[in-house]
Design a protein around this ligand. Structure first.
Ligand code: HEM
Length: 147
């Protein structure tokens, strides 16, 4: 007679639950974009803000190129002013200011205070989407003629 014991279905389920976490409890882009999980929202902000940092960093490189020589002109004075302004605004208002509250505030703070989740998770998601829309609008201003 075999003495081998097999885990019951309940035990299997329990084991399965232990393996489940905020990264794998649901999969697919839509589940991420519509998530109400505060850790996932924190990760989404991390990705958006990293993208903003990258775009503003590219603008910094463009400025560096312009300033790399005394008579270097890869763009007009007006364009330089626009690039300068966009770099500053993006770095400060779309990266620096929101980074700590959006990323750490969503990911870590609920755990620190023992809360199950954040209030108004869908509004929180919308905030992340607005960040993307803002970058789009700012970028749109770059190639417009200003009086
Ligand atoms: C978190 C905020 C910011 C970060 C991380 C940041 C980062 C950088 C980096 C890495 C460069 C390239 C430096 C180099 O090539 O020598 C740069 C250049 C520049 N940044 Fe920022 N920046 C920030 C905010 C601002 C603000 C608020 C302004 C102005 C309103 C600004 C104006 C400039 C200008 C004019 C340059 C070109 C200077 C040069 O390359 O010599 N930056 N920035």
């Amino acid at each position: 007679m075999s003495t081998e014991t097999h885990p019951s279905t309940a035990e299997q389920d329990e084991h399965h639950d232990e393996d489940e976490n905020y990264l794998n409890h649901e999969s697919g882009l839509w589940s991420w974009l519509t998530t109400k999980d505060h850790k996932r929202i924190g990760i989404l902000y991390l990705i958006s803000l990293a993208a903003v940092f990258l775009v503003a960093g590219v603008l910094a490189i463009i400025m560096r190129l312009e300033l790399s020589g005394p008579d270097q002109t890869i763009m007009s004075n007006d364009t330089y002013n626009q690039v300068f302004t966009m770099h500053g605004i993006m770095m400060v208002f779309l990266f620096l200011v929101p980074s700590t509250p959006a990323i750490l505030g969503n990911f870590a703070l609920p755990m620190q205070i023992g809360a199950k989740d954040v209030a108004f998770p869908r509004l929180n998601d919308l905030g992340d989407l607005c960040d993307g829309v803002c970058v789009d609008l700012y970028g749109d201003q770059l190639h417009r003629d200003h009086p």
